[in-house]
Structures are given as structure tokens and as C-alpha cells.
Design a protein around this ligand. Structure first.
Ligand code: SF4
Length: 482
């Protein structure tokens, strides 16, 4: 008999096709980054549960868990992973705590982002609905999340790490669970795969696991590549899917006009004057710089916070005006907090004058700012580096250069092949997520990192800054044309 669980209910809210594939265990394997995110939940849960005196039922099998829950409810005990089943509905609650003539329900989320709280209301509302159908009264609903201001100093202090939010009123406002549950059970039972219904829900509340598959059915140059999301959803919902089908009298935002022009003419669109202006802001020698970082829900090191980006590697290409290049790099060993040695080495290598060129400044800026805060002895020179940052993504973000192969993106992974014809495909590690989680898993968690893996990491990060050198060279060539 099909069972609607909490996680399936939430998938149904996002999209019934997603629910149908999830129920048949036909979703693609999560990538390394997603696996890492999922792995953080149980680590945080362990600390959140330390704030309660409860009995853990998470290790019991399905039936034992439900029976034991009934037993402990009769004894008025706090339960971890309490299981409730009624008809074809089933939920397991992180913490279930007696409160007078009723119960408190706690959902533990390894998230530090307060803006995400509303995502969890539906989750709690479904649990409350099932539990109350079982004849129990849920008086209060809480989310236990990470306190993003918590700074580790010695042993983890659960009472400071965990932040409690009373969301009872928000949860009580949620309606329609009955109808939804009925609809989703029908979907699960159906032999027919629900149709693709592309909408904002493909990214909300999470990027759907089937997105690549569903969105892969769209035309090569579709309106979802435009930058103005209000306008592209409006066009899409009106049935205008291919960029070439946008009526001429529909006015687009300037960046989207660039995309339309590039697609219509199958050509690269370049705003030479704007690029020239950008290149003039570069002061030689250029210090092309890139960090790799990892993060964890529960901080590993003193002077760090939940999900703080911890830099473990950098690459630095120093390019002189005459195009000569020097390369420097750092990669931690995994034994200790990587930030201290990294800072000492970086201080020796970024010296003198010249622009510090990064691609997508907000990331490097936020990592450097936190380093200055956490290691005040390095604050002065870090502030000088911050004042010298120049963002190479700017001309691409402004669409002063655009090639249709970028598909609306200005990430370095799209810009590099568009402008130079080179890419990351020959590398063992070819994206930041794999580098970050690869380092964390191999060098910190399992301690199995070998020289080959170190070299793969060095190759990847090195290419990120070499790519910046090539991009600047290509931009210079472009403005010198004609
Ligand atoms: S990608 Fe969109 S249409 Fe496809 S299953 Fe996910 S939410 Fe549904």
C-alpha cells in the first residue's frame, strides 16, 4: 500500500512529477555538494537534541518505531524520532515533547538562514495534521536552526549554537492538507508519469532534482535564459518559449536585448567602449586570485561560525604589463585550521601595487572580510587587498560581452569557453563544488587524500586564475580590433 511520508508530501507541494519520480526512487543521485549538505543535518541534530532529555527511537525499524512511540506517549516522555502512522499517512518527528495536556513538536534544520523559516511551515503543518489525526493535541511548533552568529571557542556549546523559533501561529494558518494528501496519494498510485509542468516551482523552495531532465526538453535558446525573471516567466506562461519567438514589439531590459540580438544573429555581441573603460581600471601588475573554500553546519575551528566559508586553497597568477607571468599557490594539508598558514603565505605574495583581480568579487570579498575579523593581526594588509579588488565578472555581468553559448550565464565556466574556446573538460576536478567537498571528504573527514588528489586540486584552482589571465588577454585583443 502506498504511504505518503513527510518528505513525499513536501515534494508533492513542489511538483507532482517530482513526487512521482521520488516515490519510484527514480531521482538522479545527488551530486557531491548535495550529499555534503545532507550529511550536515545529522551532525547538527546531535547538538540540538542535547538540549532535551529524550529517548532516541531513530534506530528502530518502521513498526517498532511506531509501537515504541505509542508506549512512550502513554508514559509522557520526550521522544526523538517519534513515528506516527494513520491510514496511508506517516510522519517521523525530530523531537516530540509533552506540554501539559498536549505536545510540542520540534523540527531540526541545519540551516542558518532565517529567511528560509517559511519553507519549514508546511513540513510542520503536515506532521501536526497526521499527529492530530492520531488523536493527540499539538500545542506548539518550533524550528530549531543554527545560530549564524555563533562563534566556536573551544567545545561546541549547544545552547549557543541552536536557535529556537516558535512558528506555531504560522503553521496553524496552513490549510488544504487534506486535499493535498489525497491528491498526492492519487499521484503515487497512478501508473502514468505526470507531465512536465515547468514553473517557478522548479527552483522553489529547492532546485528540483529533475531540473536538468525537464529543462533539457526546452529549445536551445529559450526565454528562461533571460535575466529578468518576472518578464521571462510572463513570456513562458504566454507560450513564448524560444527567444526567437519573442514578438518584436515586446520591449526587453537592456541585458536581455543583448541576449535577443546575439541569438537572432548567432553572433557575439560586444560593447567595445565599455570594455575599454573596464580594462582601463586595471592596474598592473595584475594579481589574478581565487580561493577554494569548504563549509560545515557546525564549525570545526575556533573563531569560525556555522557555514562560514573556510579557505583551504588559493591560486595566484601575477601578470606584468609585458604579459610575463608568475604562479603561486597554497593548498592546506587537512591537519589543522588552514586559514593561519594560508594568510601567512598570501601576505608574502600579494605585495606592492596593482589590481587584485577576482571573478565575482562578492565571494572573495566576504571570505577576506571574515579573515580580517577572525585574525585581527592580519587586518591591515587584508584591508589593503580589499581596496585593490577588481571584479573581472563585471563586463560579463553587464552583458558588454555576450555569446549565445553562455545561455544567459556570466559564470567563468561559461565565459571562458565563449571568449577563449578553452574549458575545464580535461581536468579530473572541474568545478568548485567537487573541489570543496573533495578536499573536505578526502583530507578532513576520511584523511585519505593522496598526492594525486592534491595535484587534481592544484590543477583545478590553477586553471581558475589562468583562465582570468586568458580572459583579460582576449578582452585586450577585442578592443584593439579595427
Ligand atoms: S523540473 Fe520542474 S517540472 Fe520537472 S519535476 Fe521538477 S519541478 Fe516538476
Amino acid at each position: 500500500m502506498p504511504i505518503l511520508t513527510k518528505s513525499k508530501y513536501i515534494k508533492g507541494l513542489q511538483c507532482q512529477r517530482l513526487l512521482w519520480f521520488a516515490d519510484r526512487k527514480r531521482l538522479p543521485e545527488p551530486d557531491l555538494m548535495q550529499q555534503h549538505r545532507f550529511s550536515q543535518g545529522p551532525i547538527f541534530e546531535k547538538y540540538a537534541k542535547q538540549l532535551f532529555t529524550g529517548i532516541e527511537l531513530g534506530d528502530l525499524d518502521f513498526n517498532q518505531n511506531i509501537e515504541k512511540t505509542k508506549e512512550l506517549i502513554n508514559e509522557n516522555k520526550t521522544i526523538f524520532e517519534a513515528g506516527f502512522k494513520i491510514e496511508d499517512l506517516f510522519v517521523r518527528s525530530d523531537i516530540f515533547e509533552p506540554n501539559g495536556d498536549g505536545w510540542n513538536l520540534y523540527e531540526i534544520k541545519a540551516s542558518s538562514d532565517e529567511k528560509k523559516l517559511p519553507i519549514y511551515y508546511d513540513d510542520l503543518a503536515f506532521q501536526k495534521y497526521v499527529i492530530e489525526k492520531c488523536g493527540l493535541k499539538v500545542k506548539k511548533c518550533f524550528v530549531l536552526k543554527l545560530n549564524k552568529e555563533y562563534v566556536k571557542n573551544g567545545e561546541i556549546e549547544p545552547e549557543k549554537l541552536v536557535e529556537k523559533h516558535d512558528v506555531t501561529e504560522n503553521v496553524e494558518l496552513i490549510e488544504g492538507i487534506d486535499e493535498n494528501a489525497e491528491k498526492y496519494l492519487e499521484t503515487i498510485k497512478s501508473e502514468d508519469e505526470p507531465p512536465i509542468t515547468i514553473s517557478v516551482n522548479c527552483n522553489k523552495p529547492y532546485e528540483c532534482a529533475l531540473k536538468q531532465h525537464c529543462w533539457g526538453t526546452l529549445p536551445e535558446n529559450n526565454v528562461l535564459h533571460l535575466t529578468n525573471w518576472r518578464q521571462y516567466w510572463k513570456l513562458f506562461n504566454e507560450g513564448i518559449v524560444d527567444i526567437k519567438d519573442i514578438p518584436k514589439d515586446v520591449e526587453l531590459k537592456p541585458k536581455d536585448e543583448v541576449i535577443r540580438k546575439a541569438v537572432a544573429g548567432c553572433q557575439v555581441v560586444v560593447a567595445k567602449e565599455e570594455i575599454k573603460h573596464f580594462l582601463k581600471t586595471l592596474k598592473y601588475p595584475l594579481y589574478h586570485f581565487d580561493f577554494e573554500t569548504f563549509d560545515t553546519a557546525v564549525p570545526l575551528y575556533d573563531n569560525s561560525r556555522p557555514y562560514q566559508k573556510i579557505p583551504f586553497q588559493y591560486s595566484l597568477h601575477i601578470q606584468q604589463k609585458d604579459s610575463s607571468l608568475e604562479h603561486f599557490e597554497y593548498l592546506a594539508s587537512g591537519d589543522e585550521d588552514p586559514r593561519i598558514k594560508l594568510l601567512e603565505q598570501l601576505k608574502d605574495e600579494i605585495k606592492g601595487k596593482g589590481s587584485v583581480v577576482v571573478f565575482n568579487k562578492s565571494f572573495e570579498k566576504s571570505v577576506l572580510t571574515k579573515l580580517a575579523e577572525d585574525f585581527p593581526e592580519h587586518k591591515d594588509w587584508i584591508e589593503v587587498v580589499l581596496s585593490r579588488l577588481v571584479d573581472l565578472a563585471v563586463p560579463f555581468q553587464a552583458f558588454h560581452y555576450y555569446c549565445p553559448t553562455q545561455k544567459g550565464s556570466y559564470s567563468i565556466k561559461k565565459v571562458l569557453p565563449a571568449i577563449t574556446g578553452k574549458d575545464y573538460s580535461n581536468l579530473e576536478i572541474n568545478n568548485g563544488g567537487d573541489a570543496s567537498i573533495g578536499y573536505f571528504n578526502n583530507f578532513i573527514k576520511e584523511k585519505t587524500g593522496d598526492n594525486k588528489f592534491r595535484q587534481d586540486l592544484l590543477n583545478y584552482c590553477g586553471l581558475d586564475t589562468e583562465a582570468m589571465v586568458w580572459i583579460v588577454d582576449e578582452l585586450n585583443k577585442l578592443i584593439n580590433l579595427n
